[in-house]
Write a protein that binds this ligand. Structure first.
Ligand SMILES: Cc1cc2nc3c(=O)[nH]c(=O)nc-3n(C[C@H](O)[C@H](O)[C@H](O)COP(=O)(O)OP(=O)(O)OC[C@H]3O[C@@H](n4cnc5c(N)ncnc54)[C@H](O)[C@@H]3O)c2cc1C
Length: 511
């Protein structure tokens, strides 16, 4: 019988990958494909490319040690076509395997293109459900039913009940489903104090070879490799988990929304890359956090706040991505403006955006509130095209895979999907940035000024947005206070907000 292939994609780097269990190690092979097309599909950050390639090469070594035969196609092999599906087609033509097994892709574009490449060579391809997630797609669809709008909070409670995580019988431990009220602290004028340094994993020979390839093949791409220290093996990912639980989880909760200049990581876990590459299983991450509460009495608000991100948000977002195939095409507000050039350089006078984009280019990382309430808020208020913004987020973050990036960007940050899974647009004026960070101190713009010299563009655009969408915002109990503040303004002030907003948006590249 002709040999079969387990196709292992770059974000399925676990021995639990179900395709591996379908092949016979003595007869069949694993196929792993690096493809320049994947780095260029969006203009990917160098660190994002390096992370995928390095983790893939390390995993190929793990597979070989486990007795698998591995065909490995390297990104700079000029004898091969550029795109991943074409490389698969080329392999099928030259090796003629009798069938392909793979774990379902994390992106619709790729899933469809791989299926088409296999069909073109009449090679049967079986895409297997991904056991990494706690909630299967069938279970998510059962929960979602035919509801036209879905809310994370209800999903999260449902999953807590189903899994028994942080439950005391039918009730949530501590008597509350969430501790958001304790978990939204800023640092005050004194700042965060001493922040524990998160672990970095110095590049080994494999990673250094990847760096050389990335600089050679993708030298014009955004971002830098200088600070790269992401876990690229399961052992490193487990160490990163351990260090987070020991050193940073206790303070994760209260400060998860806070920001501070030149403090890119604060108490965040930095585990999204390891989870998304499948170096870590979400169950072991949740278990480690819950054990820290049970055995070491870490604060419940922090532990629940962290568990909610993984058991709640991460699973919900993944369900939403596959539930609604059209998310990437939606444009609720019909926004079409191109990204300002400084999104790719960080060179803007707005301190908050300079800090968030600057650290993104340096590390490929910004934490949730920076993504949602700094770059995301600006993109929404400035009426940037959701598709252009989604491409930017997919390109610049090391943890970006479309199933998680798209619903977060289009749905959560830009409200481009309307009320399907967010109850309101997440917008804020400069006052929020001032409360949650030190960015406004010494900024050229004053968050308290709407119009005129020194006016903060975020404050101005916030008021212009509220003015433009007053009718819908006042009809929503969660946003009605925004419009009641607006209604107190004299008509002339509202007119000057509109005029000033038009001028600012016309000069967006020079902000
Ligand atoms: C506009 C926008 C784009 C985003 N794009 C991505 C992306 O491409 N990839 C990605 O993994 N996350 C994305 N997120 C979610 C979140 O910002 C990141 O998961 C988080 O910042 C990663 O850093 P961390 O590991 O230190 O997270 P922590 O703050 O320590 O949180 C713990 C974990 O919870 C999970 N998590 C938290 N929030 C979310 C969420 N909203 N959706 C899914 N998982 C969540 C992550 O796995 C994360 O590692 C995005 C959020 C926004 C607002």
């Amino acid at each position: 019988m002709a040999a079969e292939i387990a196709l292992v994609l770059g974000d399925h780097l676990t021995l639990e990958n179900p395709a591996l269990a379908r092949i016979d190690r003595a007869r069949d092979s694993v196929l792993m494909i690096e493809a320049p097309g994947e780095a260029r599909h969006v203009w990917s950050h160098k660190a994002r490319i390096a992370l995928f390639l390095s983790a893939m090469r390390h995993f190929a070594a793990t597979l070989r040690e486990a007795g698998f035969r591995v065909h490995y196609l390297e990104v700079d092999d000029a004898s091969l076509p550029a795109s991943l599906p074409e490389r698969l087609g080329h392999f099928l033509a030259t090796h003629a395997p009798s069938r392909i097994w793979m774990c379902e892709a994390g992106e619709r574009r790729l899933a469809d293109a791989l299926a088409a490449a296999a069909a073109a060579r009449t090679t049967p391809l079986t895409s297997l459900a991904d056991p990494h997630f706690l909630v299967s797609m069938e279970a998510f669809s059962r929960w979602a039913g035919d509801k036209s709008s879905l809310r994370m909070e209800f999903f999260y409670r449902h999953v807590r009940r189903e899994t028994g995580v942080l439950m005391d019988g039918d009730a949530p431990v501590g008597g509350q489903w969430n501790f958001d009220a304790d978990n939204r602290k800023g640092f005050g004028a004194k700042g965060p104090g001493l922040v524990p340094t998160p672990p970095r994993y110095p590049p080994d020979a494999i990673t250094q070879a990847v760096f050389a390839t990335v600089e050679r093949e993708f030298g014009d791409h955004p971002g830098s490799l200088d600070s790269f220290g992401w876990p690229v093996t399961r052992a490193q990912a487990l160490d990163a988990l351990h260090r987070f639980v020991e050193e940073r989880l206790a303070a994760f909760g209260p400060f998860q929304d806070a920001m501070w200049s030149n403090e890119p990581f604060l108490w965040h876990s930095l585990l999204s890359t390891s989870l998304n590459l499948k170096l870590l299983d979400p169950r072991e991450v949740i278990d480690a956090a819950v054990r820290a509460w049970q055995e070491r009495r870490l604060p419940l608000a922090s532990v629940e706040g962290f568990v909610r991100q993984i058991l709640g948000w991460r699973e919900f977002i993944r369900g939403v991505y596959w539930h609604w195939p059209d998310l990437g095409r939606l444009n609720h507000f019909e926004h079409h403006r191109a990204l300002p050039a400084w999104f790719w350089t960080g060179e803007t006078s707005m301190n908050c955006l300079r800090d968030a984009i600057g650290q993104t280019l340096r590390h490929g990382y910004a934490h949730h509130i920076q993504r949602l309430m700094i770059t995301g808020n600006f993109a929404l208020l400035a009426e940037l095209s959701p598709q252009a913004v989604c491409d930017w987020y997919l390109a610049v973050y090391v943890d970006a895979v479309e199933w998680v990036e798209l619903p977060n960007t289009a749905g959560m940050a830009l409200h481009a999907c309307g009320p399907r899974f967010t109850s309101k647009p997440y917008i804020a004026s400069g006052a929020y940035v001032k409360r949650m960070s030190n960015h406004c101190k010494g900024c050229r713009y004053d968050p308290g000024v709407r119009v005129g010299p020194g006016a903060c563009p975020i404050t101005l655009l916030y008021w212009a947005f509220v003015d433009k969408h007053a009718a819908t915002l006042s009809a929503n109990p969660r946003t009605v206070t925004m419009t009641s503040n607006l209604e107190r303004l004299p008509v002339a002030d509202r007119q000057s907000i509109r005029t000033a907003a038009r001028d600012v948006l016309a000069a967006i590249d020079s902000l």
